[in-house]
Design a protein around this ligand. Structure first.
Ligand SMILES: C[S@@+](CC[C@H](N)C(=O)[O-])C[C@H]1O[C@@H](n2cnc3c(N)ncnc32)[C@H](O)[C@@H]1O
Length: 466
């Protein structure tokens, strides 16, 4: 799938108006799903923020909530693939279809291709939604297009439409843009079954990972308090089953004795603290700290050994989140640009958890794979190089920098590190030994974690000594 699905720039679907004469909502699950798809496509909203709010407001629960979730998230994930099929079934280009009608077509096509909902029910329900929103003028068109979609299953459609080359074919079959499939293939070094497994993992609902604040709780205590299981690799981690409710309601989280943090993030922050240093080890720096997940772990650890952490964040509202989560720890938060934060150099350990494409966390945001563009990578890698260079200026000779991104894209990972190491004369050390007990870490020196291998986000960590 090469296209970036989009509606024509500037176009907005007509807002749904509730008013007298409007028939009662008879299909609240599909209505909710359609409203989520619409908010995502028209307003660049995040499905995982819009849907829970909408379910709460409309008091949807049980089967209705489950159906709304499946249809909204599923449609957002498969959006580009569904557009390819709809394009093949439409007698006019999709760019000429009214955006509100196209949203409904996507929802209908998703039901036909990726659920067990009977075809007649999927088509009729979609036509009803379109009639309620746009009147009868588009119902014939929607009916005709969806009937054509229903002539084949997903596999048969993709056999007809998918590109023949390995990466294009896998991208189409896993409903990813080709450039993302290419980036994963490059990082994995294969276009075989493991590429399919890595891309399919983006469709799985991730388990919620918790982190016990070091010095406050152990992972075992946190597991006992929350009903989760101690995580396999992080000594502070707990994994909860996917769908086990809002972790924000758990007492240890409310009391800031624990936080929500992917186990991969925990491991990357811990790796920085595990590298042996000669000389002092009391001044730590987190150069891109908001909203404070890793700063809270580092702040708790340095608090135990009697040192301090400076946490830099450019966005003021994210800096406030760091303050909240590190309250009571020896942490000073600075609203500043990490490329020139105005801090006294000589830090012993520095974390650069750089802004990135987030291709390593696509499973957390259903629509994210279609939002990012290949052109985002260039701007981000420039900023990443500048931040890592700044970190190497701020760390003392013999000190260590961890460069971390939530992406497996080689330009953002080995590309940035290789460039900066060459230019600064710093030394990249093998990070694998600082991820003890974690299997399948490849050939080093950087560590790339993967959802399909480790059950974590696809975090990358490089360790560089000045
Ligand atoms: C990947 S997030 C960091 C996540 C954080 N370390 C955690 O574990 O919660 C990157 C952060 O860098 C911030 N940022 C972006 N550009 C920056 C810059 N030039 N200097 C400092 N922070 C920046 C973003 O606002 C964002 O909060």
């Amino acid at each position: 799938m090469n296209r970036r699905p989009s509606r024509p720039p500037g176009s907005r679907p007509p807002r749904r108006v509730d008013g007298p004469g409007r028939p009662p909502v008879e299909d609240p699950a599909r209505r909710a799903a359609l409203d989520v798809v619409r908010a995502v496509r028209a307003d660049d909203a995040y499905a995982n923020l819009v849907l829970p709010k909408l379910l709460r407001e409309r008091r949807l629960s049980g089967r209705d909530a489950a159906l709304a979730t499946e249809l909204a998230y599923g449609t957002c994930r498969a959006w580009g693939m569904l557009e390819e099929v709809l394009e093949a079934c439409s007698d006019r280009p999709l760019s000429k279809v009214e955006p509100a009608v196209l949203d409904a077509l996507l929802l209908g096509a998703y039901q036909l291709l990726r659920t067990r909902i009977p075809a007649h029910a999927a088509v009729a329900a979609t036509v009803d939604l379109v009639r309620a929103d746009s009147g009868s003028r588009a119902t014939g068109f929607v009916n005709a297009v969806l009937r054509r979609v229903a002539e084949h299953d997903e596999k048969t459609w993709l056999d007809k439409l998918a590109p023949q080359d390995p990466v294009g074919g896998i991208a189409a079959r896993t409903a990813h843009p080709r450039w993302i499939a290419r980036a994963f293939a490059d990082a994995l070094g294969t276009t075989g079954d493991e590429l399919t497994a890595a891309l399919r993992a983006d469709d799985e609902r991730p388990a919620v990972h918790l982190v016990a604040r070091p010095g406050e709780l152990t992972a075992e205590e946190l597991a006992a308090l929350t009903g989760g299981d101690p995580a396999p690799y992080s000594p502070y981690g707990v994994r909860m089953e996917a769908g086990s409710g809002d972790p924000g309601d758990l007492p240890p989280i409310k009391e800031n004795l624990a936080g929500v943090q992917d186990e991969g993030s925990q491991l990357c922050a811990l790796a920085l603290t595990r590298v042996p240093l000669e000389g002092p080890d009391a001044r730590w720096l987190d150069l891109c700290a908001g909203p404070g997940g890793k700063a809270a772990m580092l702040g708790a650890l340095i608090g135990i050994s009697g040192g301090t952490l400076d946490a830099v964040e450019q966005a003021p509202h994210r800096a406030r989140l760091i303050e909240r989560v590190t309250a009571g720890m020896p942490v000073t938060v600075h609203v500043a640009d990490g490329r020139d934060p105005g801090l006294e150099p000589g830090f012993d350990r520095v974390l650069v958890d750089a802004p990135c494409t987030g291709l390593g966390a696509l499973r957390r945001r259903p629509e994210a794979r279609w939002r990012r563009l290949p052109s985002d990578v260039g701007d981000l890698t420039k900023l990443q190089r500048e931040l890592l260079t700044s970190a190497l200026e701020l760390v003392r000779p013999g000190g260590v920098v961890a460069y971390v991104v939530c992406s497996p894209h080689l330009a953002e990972t080995e590309g940035v590190v290789g460039d900066v190491v060459r230019k600064t004369g710093a030394t990249q050390i093998d990070a694998r030994e600082f991820f003890p007990g974690v299997p399948d870490l490849g050939t080093g020196p950087g560590v790339q974690l993967w959802p399909h291998r480790h059950g974590t986000d696809a975090m990358f960590c490089a360790l560089v000594r000045r």
